[in-house]
Design a protein around this ligand. Sequence first.
Ligand code: ADP
Ligand code: ZN
Length: 618
Amino acid sequence: MSAVDHSPLTAARETLRRVWGHDDFRGDQAAIIEEVVAGRDALVLMPTGGGKSLCYQVPSLVREGTGVVISPLIALMADQVDALSALGVRAGFLNSTQLPHERAGTEQALLAGELDLLYLAPERLRVPDTLALLDRVTSGGGLALFAIDEAHCVSQWGHDFRPDYLGLSILHERWPEVPRIALTATATQATRREVATRLQLEDARHFVADFDRPNIRYRIVAKDSPQQQLLAFLRAEHEGDAGIVYCLSRASVERVATFLTRQGIPALPYHAGLDRGVRAEHQSRFLREDGLVMVATIAFGMGIDKPDVRFVAHLDLPKSVEGYYQETGRAGRDGLPSTAWLAYGLADVVQHRKMIAASEGDAAHRRNLGRHLDAILALCETVTCRREQLLAYFGQPGTGPCGNCDTCLEPPTTWDGTIPAQKLLSTIVRLDRRGQRYGAGHLVDILLGRETDRVRSLGHADLTTFGIGTELDERGWRGVARQLLAAGLVGVEDDYGTLGLTEESGAVLRGERSVPLRQEPERERRRSSRSSGGRARADVTADLTPEETALFERLRAWRAATAKEAGVPAYVVFHDATLRAIATAAPTTTAELGAISGIGAAKLDRYGPGVLATVAGE
Ligand code: ADP
Ligand code: ZN
């Protein structure tokens, strides 16, 4: 051991191999870790699943003293500490959920220099005792670094603002010699700038990762019977997988969770209207059990670092592209194939336009909301690659069609919708002349020439546009109305969702502007899984042989039992990716097992015998 390379990165890599069992760093990790280990500040922008945790965990182990992690995700701290303990890392947390003696125990360990990592809730920094405690640490074993996780919470204009984050400037005022690393998965330029300013990290090196999530397949479908569409999607592509289904309202969360459960798909509801205890229990079960579906409002999800979420489904349109990206980003952190599925329809557009019109705040605020909505609508209606469009939104230049989104896999066709658009618009004009306004449903009835009670009683069968639209069916017309709304060629007038003209409508009516429309696909074809070559299925075991798949399933069963016994989430034992690697390598010795990525020394010790026995079929 004479010519040992003592560079910080060598020590970091050695730690990565010994503790985590990973071969090497990914992407910017090495550069970031080098920066922090050397005692300099860093601002890290990396998508979910990019590997942010290692960027502060490894330096905390390599540097002298304890790394302090500021995290708003109090409910997850215990799990994070468990996961680290399983790796043999000495970690603890301080937050308001602890009993006094638990807190005292952690404080003692901290002062005795027995902690590699300490997770701290931001509001603890307002407590003078906490500041005094950290002072005592600095004068003793020392603080290795401050990591500010979910750093976008400092942004007052962002959707996750936490007032306590504004107090984080105290860290570097009080302990200027301790390096800071701020991390976030929020991508837009505006948020980046605000984070850097508020946390005084303008001079820190900024690391901006590639925001593409190549393992996520994006799919956006036209909504007609959302629950049935969701069910068909889950049955065809994600049987037995864990995933999240996002709904807009609490009521629909409850409805969908009940529906899925009745259909034999284990599902739990999560929204702010549920009891704290119930919420905590559902979250904990989602993390711990295999194959649970969480049906939730967007109150759920930030910081959920469950690696094997195989799908994120939206039954309602998210408010912005940023929200969509963050929510879908919770799928596939482990890098294995996953799906982001969104069903969206006419009613979503009406609903959002209404909400914006009714929202508090000034005109500028409403314009801002409108811009966000337009961007997500453009993503929904695009006929080109969704991924390219998504990345372009975040300022990342495209590299060509991705081949892993619905528009790439089954390119939609467009047709000239100018004449149907004129028919719909002139129906609105004619009603307008009578001083009347109606929603899309009634307009479609008129165009299709349906003599409904309402049509009859209002005398709308007399309109010149009555029955002139038989070239399309109901679905077709709703698609036209939705796309006109999305493109701003039709506007929502009031609380009832009645439709009216916009400034742009005139050009269409006068024939000065043509209206290319996206072909409404036939009703979602039921995709068969492996029989169709497995192309449509985002399946972890898709390219395994039948023997390997069988072993993978045995290992999953072993993992479930082991995790249950230890009271930890299954992924704390091993990630799916690691089980996959074990299933393909089928190791017979401890040495072979230890060579697999994701199996560090502590896990090899603890689980090696169990895994080898499972592989041997005992
Ligand atoms: P983030 O916090 O950015 O969402 P995580 O830190 O949770 O991402 O990491 C995502 C996944 O990638 C985890 O399963 C983690 O174990 C894995 N991972 C991270 N870095 C590496 C690496 N260098 N080698 C192998 N796996 C890694
Ligand atoms: Zn694509």
